[in-house]
Design a protein around this ligand. Sequence first.
Ligand code: KG4
Ligand code: ZN
Length: 341
Amino acid sequence: MAMKKGIILAIETSCDDTGAAILLDGRKILSNVVSSQVSIHQKYGGVVPELASRSHLEAIVPIVTEALGRAGVTLKEIDGIAVTQGPGLVGSLLVGLSFAKSIAFAMGIPFVGVNHVEAHLSAIFLEEEPPRFPFIGLVVSGGHTSLFRVDGFGKVVRLGQTRDDAAGEAFDKVAKLLGLGYPGGPIIDELSKRGNPKAIRFPRAFLGKNSLDFSFSGLKTAVVHFVKTYQESSEKFSEGLLCDIASSFQEAVVDVLVQKTILASKQEGIRRIVISGGVAANRLFRERMREEALNQKLKLYIPSPQLCTDNAAMVGVIGYEYLKQGIRSDYSTNAYSNLPL
Ligand code: KG4
Ligand code: ZN
């Protein structure tokens, strides 16, 4: 595609955040606006799909307008549009996708549907020193825990994935169980600072010496058991015990994530590692990965926390690469709750 100015609009509505970004040359963020729906879903302890799509519908025009305004560009200056097509909540995805189609149609510009997981893997290219290909990529979020070998844009091989819960999902479920609120990840991250990570030995599932798959449901069940047993024998959790449970749980998740990512790097003989997705915003995980990478002389790349969690700029990175290669979607393209990568 001939890029007049190299300016694209990116849209992300796969879950509970409405995101719009304007990117220059697929790398420079001119604006990156995220409107969180946390206040809407909080009282239900998780994302309510029906409410999420309705809220995207209300937010999409103001958010895109804000992204354009902050970037100081008009729709006429946009060369193309990148939009998340899946995986995610279909009702939510449809809002962003239909909106992208209408703008593309009205302005006579191309648009391309993007895989949300590939977008997470691409967030690192918004940072100052992005990695060279190939690299090992771990996407660890509310819906995914997958390891990849990334050979180039659009050249991704999956090495392993979770067999049950995603790591972020485990954070959210444990937080809900402990009555801590939603989303669980940042709350457990914060509480853990005051807890002892060795207080309770929760199980780690490695699924065999060489496996790059994950499983977090056993860990979740172990926390449920611990809580039940404790509640039967005494009344309420003390603040200290709550922090210890959070910290010990977080330690178990991080342990597995770090070890499997390093194992993938060894198995593939690739010394560059990228971690991304909401759980990659976790303080302990970032710290442990840095330590381990240093020990093993591996090169580690982590996007800033705001680029790890859902945002539209990361969608723009991969969308720009596709548009540049002449890849575009047509108006009949659909949204998919499952879109394998
Ligand atoms: O990537 P993301 O924003 O959305 C999905 O694609 O799922 O990830 C959201 C997930 C949630 O499960 C949330 O609890 C978790 O990432 N998360 C964290 C942290 N921040 C967000 N988990 C652990 N520690 C954090 N600091
Ligand atoms: Zn995500």
